[in-house]
Every structure is written in structure tokens, then in C-alpha cells.
Design a protein around this ligand. Structure first.
Ligand SMILES: Nc1ncnc2c1ncn2[C@@H]1O[C@H](COP(=O)(O)OP(=O)(O)OP(=O)(O)O)[C@@H](O)[C@H]1O
Ligand SMILES: [Mg+2]
Length: 240
């Protein structure tokens, strides 16, 4: 579904991603783990078209029989319209707007009003807390609720590939577990997931496969259970 080959990205004069290659199969959940500054956010921002690569290709096939799209040459809004949605680091909800308004923003590129309404109902069923707080300003929600809102908003674009940047950040362990359970449900509905996490324990529990990135390079990849049992991964990311 997504094939990234030899991606090189600069931020200013700093070379932040070096020859990154990664693949995601349709329906998979894949994690990208790594320390602060490793290049996780830069990778997601490049896929979303928010950063332009200096080299390499990002090829995406919205459906098995569709022609592949060269995301590295596309604008963000066209990438979203093609089914790639990005739930950003720090959530980025609009705090003055209501829960419902935030959710509707996620559908801003769609004009299938019936479908939008159906998806909204589905999301409010999946996240009952958002239904309860639908009229409330997003800024008055707790951190976990804002995360659910950010995921719900991302889902309102009806993504085929959902990318999440550190959904666990700053949240209590119990809330983190709830969010991962919801993401599992989203994945089971057929949405492919690319998850960026510093919380390697949760990420490896959640994802089918994972990539480890260090200083802008992929240093390891494999099925999550293999990585979770690897000595180097355990020492560096799982606390021994
Ligand atoms: N706007 C920017 N200008 C210049 N360099 C940047 C900019 N944003 C990030 N960087 C650098 O790019 C590198 C990768 O940053 P990135 O945000 O992708 O890392 P990350 O893995 O998401 O880290 P974290 O876990 O802290 O979110 C870092 O060295 C960072 O300092
Ligand atoms: Mg980051």
C-alpha cells in the first residue's frame, strides 16, 4: 500500500532523514519507534506532503487495483483526499471550537454529505465521550479526550492509511490502553495504521511490524514480537 524508497529529507541545512525505506501492507499496523529527534515526525510530515524530500520516492496505492500515486510530488490536500490522514504530534485540536466542529473539520475535503453523517455517527458511537461532550469547547477536554478527538477528526476524512504521531504522549497508562484499544478497533475495520511512538512497549504490543529509527536512519525492522525480544531493542527502548 505504501512504499517508501531511499528518502532523504533536510530541514534547513540539517540532513534529518537518511536513505529511509519502509513498506506498509494494506490492513497492517506498523510502528515507527525511536528516541527524541530520531526523525519520526519528519517521516510522517514527509508522507503527508508537509516536508519535501530532497531524494527518494513515496508510492501509495489507495486500493489494490488503483494506479500508484507518487505522494512525494503531491500537495497535502490531494494526499488527504487520496486517503492518507495524519493525526499530528500534540493533537492540534482547535480549542475554541466545539467537539462537533473539530470533527467536521476532518471532513473538509469531502462533499458526500450522507457519508459524512454516517461516519460522524460511527465515530460518536466509537468514542461515546465525544458524543457526550459534542457541544463543549475542545480546549476544555482532558488530554485523553483531546487525543480521541484528534483521532476522530482524522477518521472523518475517511482514511485508508491513518498515521498517528505519539498518541500516548502525556497520558495516564489507563487512558493510553483505552486509546490503543480503540486504534485496534479502527485497524480491524480495515484502516491501515502507521504509528509513531516513543512508548516502545505499547507500540510493539500494538503493531504487527515495526521499524526502529536512530538519527534519521532505519537501523532495524521486523515483526513486533521479534523486535520486542531482541537484546539491543530491549536495552535501548524497553528498559532492559
Ligand atoms: N523546523 C525544524 N528546523 C530544523 N531542524 C528541525 C526542525 N524540526 C525538527 N528538526 C530536527 O530534525 C530532527 C528530527 O526531528 P523529528 O521531529 O522528526 O524527530 P522525532 O523523532 O519526531 O522526535 P520526538 O520524539 O522528540 O518528537 C531533529 O534533529 C530535529 O532537531
Ligand atoms: Mg516527533
Amino acid at each position: 500500500m505504501l512504499n517508501i524508497q531511499s528518502l532523504d529529507v533536510y530541514r534547513g541545512s540539517t540532513h534529518v532523514l537518511h536513505d529511509i525505506s519502509l513498506q506498509i501492507g494494506r490492513g497492517e499496523s506498523v510502528a515507527l519507534i525511536g528516541a527524541n529527534g530520531a526523525g519520526k515526525t519528519s517521516t510522517l510530515r514527509t508522507i503527508s506532503g508537509l516536508l519535501s524530500p530532497r531524494g527518494g520516492t513515496i508510492t501509495y496505492r489507495p486500493s489494490p487495483d488503483a494506479d500508484p500515486l507518487a505522494l512525494h510530488n503531491m500537495k497535502t490536500e490531494d494526499i488527504v483526499a487520496a486517503g492518507v490522514s495524519h493525526c499530528p504530534e500534540g493533537r492540534g485540536v482547535f480549542s475554541q471550537l466545539s467537539v462537533l466542529e473539530n470533527l467536521n473539520i476532518g471532513a473538509f475535503l469531502r462533499n458526500d454529505n450522507e457519508g459524512i453523517k454516517r461516519d460522524l455517527d460511527q465515530i460518536l458511537t466509537l468514542f461515546p465521550i465525544l458524543a457526550e461532550r459534542r457541544g463543549q469547547a475542545a480546549g476544555s477536554l482532558s488530554g485523553g479526550e483531546q487525543m480521541m478527538l484528534a483521532v476522530g477528526r482524522a477518521l472523518m476524512s475517511r482514511p485508508k492509511l491513518l498515521m498517528l504521531d505519539e498518541p500516548s504522549l502525556g497520558l495516564a497508562p489507563l487512558i493510553v490502553e483505552q486509546i490503543f484499544k480503540l486504534l485496534q478497533e479502527v485497524n480491524e475495520t480495515g484502516v491501515t495504521i502507521l504509528l509513531v511512538e516513543q512508548n516502545a512497549v505499547m507500540a510493539l504490543e500494538f503493531a504487527d511490524r515495526a521499524y526502529v529509527i536512530e538519527t534519521g536512519r532505519v537501523v532495524m525492522e521486523g515483526p513486533s514480537n521479534e523486535l520486542a525480544n531482541d537484546d539491543n531493542v530491549r536495552k535501548a527502548y524497553l528498559g532492559g
